[in-house]
Design a protein around this ligand. Structure first.
Ligand code: FES
Length: 121
């Protein structure tokens, strides 16, 4: 397993993504709410650049009295990565598809130290 320096944390604003190549793989490094994640930039559906898609929170139904549907809101603690090719959604925290845990983005360990971001491939 090799460790790769990606960039300084100050160069990756919260909410942004950086794509880099390491060990022959294209990897997306995503900074979200103070945590940095790294996934292979390869959607298990048909190979799209999943890490380059939008990030949106989980949509949650709001159920009122008597079990009546009232509306919907967002769960900001469950951010999703949306693959730009066909819209498959993956949990940012785990890389698992939101409906089928058997579909997963390949995740890599990330370490931030001394202001730098390092990914182990
Ligand atoms: S390739 Fe990602 S959703 Fe189809």
């Amino acid at each position: 397993m090799a460790e790769h320096f990606v960039c300084n944390i100050s160069e990756l604003a919260d909410g942004s993504v950086r794509i880099f190549e390491g060990e022959g793989l294209e990897i997306g490094v995503i900074h979200h709410s103070g945590t940095v994640y790294a996934y292979q930039n390869l959607c298990p559906h048909q190979g799209g650049p999943a890490c380059e898609g939008l990030r949106i929170p989980q949509v949650v139904d709001v159920i009122g009295k008597g079990g009546v549907f009232v509306g919907q809101t967002f769960d900001e603690d469950d951010m999703h990565i949306v693959c730009p090719w066909h819209g498959y959604e993956y949990h940012l925290s785990s890389g698992e598809h939101v409906c089928n845990a058997a579909l997963k983005l390949r995740k890599f360990d990330v370490e931030t130290r001394e202001g730098g971001i390092y990914v182990k491939i």
